[in-house]
Design a protein around this ligand. Structure first.
Ligand code: SF4
Length: 477
C-alpha cells in the first residue's frame, strides 16, 4: 500500500501535493517524493527515505516548484526498502527530462513485462518498482514506437495486469488512471473557487484518499473510474481519453477495514461508518454470551477505534481507551521487518495505569495477519490486571497472500493459514477469539459483489501463476 497525490495547473502545486501527502502519511512511512514540471518545462524529481515533514522541506519545495506536480508516500511490498525504489520515478525522454510517474498497487505480470523490455527493447532498469516499469512501458510505446500518447497509454496499460492507481506527468500534461478492477482507490477534486460548470484541468487535484482535500481547500468531485484514463491540459476541460473494457470490479476491502483514514470516502463508502457497522456485526455474534458489569470494550488504536465504538454502541457495553498509543511510532503492520514490527508494538502501546484490574476486556482489532502484535497486547493487558481478554476481529481470517500491493506475501507467515481459530486464541493467550465472516460484509457494503476478499478466501481475479508461461506483451503497433 502507498499513497499518491497530484495537482495540476496552479502556482505552487508542489506545496499542495506535499500537504496531501502529509494527510495520507498513514499509507506509507518508509520513503516519499515529489516530481514537478518547473518553469523551464523540465520534470524534476526529489525522493528520500523518511516522512513527508522531514523530506519535503521548505528548501526542497522551493526548488521543486511548479504548476504541475505529483507525489508519493511509500510502503514497501515486493521491491526492497531503499531509495532506488522510492517514487515518483522520473524518466528522461530523447528530448529531455519531461516525464515522471507514481503508482499505488502492484503489477502482477511485472517479471514478464520487465524481461520483455530488457531483452527485446534494450531498456536498463534502475529500480525494482512498478512505477519505473509503468513509465518505461509507456515510453516504449510512445517514444520508441512513435505512438501519440493518447493511443500509447491505453496500449501500454492494456499490457499491465494487476492493481494500480497512477499519475503521470508528460511534458505539459498530466494523466490519471486506475486498473480496470478498481482495486486501489483514487479520487479527483477541484480547488474551491476554481469550480466551473465544466471542470477545467487547472486546479484539479488527485489523491488516493480525499482526507487531505479539505486542508488545501479542495472539494472532492468523483472517483477516477476503474479502467479510466483522464487527461489534463492547460485551459482545457478534464477529458476521459480511454476506458478499459468492462470487467468485474474488485475493490480492496482492506482499504475499508484498515488502510484508509476514517474521514475518507473510499469506494463511495464512509470509512468510519463501515467500521462502526463492522463493530455492530461483531457485537451481534456475542449477544447473550458476554454480559456483566465488569466488561469493557477497548480498541487497538487507531484503526480499530470506530469498530470498537460500533461494538460498544450495539452491545450497550462501556467503551474505554484502555491502551494509549504513541503517535510518533507509526503503523506496526507497515513496518517492513518482523523485528521492527515487534519493537514498534512495545514502543507504540501502553496500558492505562490502574484501569484494568478486575475488568474483563473485549479487545477489538481490525485484523490479524501474523498474530504477533496482538499476542503482545493480550499479554500486556493481562499483565496490567485484566481478568480476561476476549479478542474480536473486524475482518475474516487472513489465509492467503495479497498480490495487489499489500505486504502479506508468504502463506507460512499468516497465522490463520497455519492454525485453527481455537489454537490462535491459545497462542495469543486470549480467553476467546471471534472474527467477522465474509458474509457479514454482504450486509454492510452496498455493492459487496464489487469487492476483493482474496486474502480471506483465495478467490483472485488475477494471480502471478496466470502469467508464468505466457509473456503477454503485444507487438501490435
Ligand atoms: S487480497 Fe486482500 S489486501 Fe489484497 S486487494 Fe484483495 S482484499 Fe485487499
Amino acid at each position: 500500500m502507498c499513497g499518491i497525490a497530484g495537482v495540476y495547473g496552479v502556482q505552487n502545486a508542489e506545496r499542495l501535493v506535499a500537504e496531501i501527502l502529509f494527510a495520507t502519511q498513514h499509507r506509507g512511512q518508509e520513503s516519499c517524493g515529489i516530481a514537478t514540471r518547473n518553469a523551464r518545462g523540465n520534470v524534476i524529481a526529489h525522493k528520500a527515505m523518511g516522512l513527508v515533514k522531514n523530506v519535503l522541506t521548505e528548501d526542497i519545495l522551493s526548488y521543486y516548484s511548479g504548476e504541475i506536480s505529483i507525489g508519493h508516500v511509500r510502503y514497501p511490498t515486493s521491491a526492497s526498502s531503499n531509495i532506488d525504489n522510492a517514487q515518483p520515478f522520473a524518466i528522461d525522454l530523447a528530448e529531455g527530462p519531461h516525464m515522471a510517474v507514481c503508482t499505488n498497487g502492484s503489477i502482477v505480470n511485472y517479471e514478464q513485462l520487465r524481461s520483455y523490455l530488457e531483452k527485446e527493447a534494450g531498456f536498463t532498469f534502475l529500480s525494482d518498482n512498478d512505477s519505473e516499469l509503468m513509465g518505461r512501458l509507456i515510453a516504449y510505446y510512445h517514444v520508441v514506437n512513435h505512438i501519440p500518447i493518447e493511443e500509447a497509454l491505453p496500449k501500454a496499460l492494456g499490457q499491465i495486469h494487476g492493481a494500480y492507481a497512477a499519475l503521470l506527468i508528460l511534458r505539459d500534461k498530466m494523466f490519471a488512471f486506475r486498473d480496470p478492477y478498481g482495486i486501489r482507490p483514487m479520487v479527483m477534486g477541484h480547488l474551491v473557487g476554481n469550480v466551473r460548470e465544466e471542470q477545467l484541468s487547472d486546479g484539479t487535484v488527485f489523491a488516493s484518499e480525499g482526507c487531505g482535500f479539505g486542508i488545501i481547500g479542495a472539494r472532492e468531485i468523483r472517483k477516477v473510474a476503474p479502467g479510466e484514463i483522464l487527461c489534463l491540459q492547460k485551459g482545457e476541460p478534464v477529458r476521459t481519453i480511454a476506458k478499459a473494457p468492462k470487467t468485474p470490479l474488485r475493490h480492496c476491502v482492506f482499504e475499508l477495514i484498515y488502510f484508509s483514514r476514517p474521514d475518507s470516502m473510499t469506494f463511495d463508502e464512509r470509512v468510519w461508518d463501515v467500521r462502526r457497522e463492522i463493530g455492530a456485526a461483531l457485537a451481534k455474534k456475542d449477544r447473550d454470551e458476554l454480559v456483566g458489569d465488569d466488561l469493557v470494550v477497548i480498541p487497538v488504536p487507531d484503526s480499530s477505534n470506530f469498530v470498537a465504538q460500533g461494538y460498544a454502541e450495539a452491545s450497550g457495553l462501556p467503551f474505554g481507551m484502555g491502551l494509549l498509543r504513541n503517535h510518533y511510532v507509526g503503523r506496526t503492520f507497515i513496518n517492513p521487518t518482523q523485528r521492527s514490527r515487534d519493537e514498534g508494538v512495545r514502543q507504540k502501546f501502553n496500558p492505562l495505569p490502574d484501569y484494568f484490574p478486575g475488568k474483563r476486556v473485549i479487545l477489538v482489532d481490525d485484523s490479524i495477519v501474523r498474530g504477533t502484535s496482538l499476542r503482545k497486547l493480550v499479554r500486556m493487558i493481562k499483565g496490567a490486571g485484566a481478568k480476561e481478554v476476549h479478542v474480536r476481529v473486524g475482518s475474516p481470517p487472513v489465509v492467503s497472500p495479497c498480490y495487489y500491493g499489500i505486504d502479506t506475501p508468504v502463506p507460512e507467515e499468516l497465522i490463520a493459514n497455519i492454525l485453527p481459530v481455537p489454537k490462535i486464541a491459545k497462542y495469543m493467550d486470549a480467553d476467546s477469539l471471534k472474527y467477522m465472516d465474509i458474509e457479514d460484509f454482504h450486509e454492510i457494503l452496498s455493492n459487496h459483489q464489487d469487492y476483493c476478499f482474496a486474502c480471506f478466501n483465495g478467490d483472485y481475479v488475477i494471480k502471478p501463476a496466470d502469467f508464468e508461461s505466457n509473456p503477454t506483451i503485444s507487438t501490435d503497433f
